[in-house]
Design a protein around this ligand. Structure first.
Ligand code: C2G
Length: 132
């Protein structure tokens, strides 16, 4: 049993999110998704359209996802890896040039997954901005 963990806000779900989760699940047998809480996002200056409870409900209902946990801080990753017996942490490759998560290699594998080009929650919001 290989257990995979990934992180994200997953607001206004789109196919980029779904493909990321499908790729993450394909790295193992059990996928844990840490969904950013509203408080954690506020600390980053980000505000989601759907609150944490709704984003959790939505992500939980995806067939690739086995468990949703809250992402409440930058520092929790090593604890999450130990607590959920994680073998692989998968991040979107927007982080691939950063050494920010290198310390995790002490506890598990670290994999960067390709992002889907041409779609993001921000773009969708901008595209719809003038609609209606
Ligand atoms: N994603 C993707 N393709 C897109 C948009 C998003 O593969 N076109 C991926 C992101 O790389 C991330 C996950 O979907 O792994 C969730 O996206 P966000 O909610 O935007 O994640 P974020 O709040 O930025 O969380 O890589 C880590 C994330 O970037 C951190």
């Amino acid at each position: 049993m290989r257990r995979v963990l990934t992180y994200g806000t997953f607001d206004l779900l789109h196919h980029g999110h779904i493909r990321l989760l499908k790729r993450a699940k394909a790295l193992g047998d059990y996928l844990v998704v840490a969904v950013s809480t509203d408080e954690f996002n506020a600390g980053k200056g980000k505000q989601s359209y759907h609150d944490y409870a709704l984003r959790k409900e939505i992500v939980e209902s995806i067939r690739y996802v086995d468990l949703v946990i809250p992402e409440e801080s930058w520092e929790q990753k090593a604890d999450d890896v130990k607590r959920y017996a994680i073998d692989v942490v998968a991040m979107g490759d927007d982080w691939a040039d950063s050494d920010r998560f290198d310390y995790l290699k002490e506890y598990c594998e670290l994999v960067f997954l390709p992002r889907t080009e041409g779609v993001s929650t921000t773009e969708i919001k901008e595209d719809l901005g003038g609609a209606g």
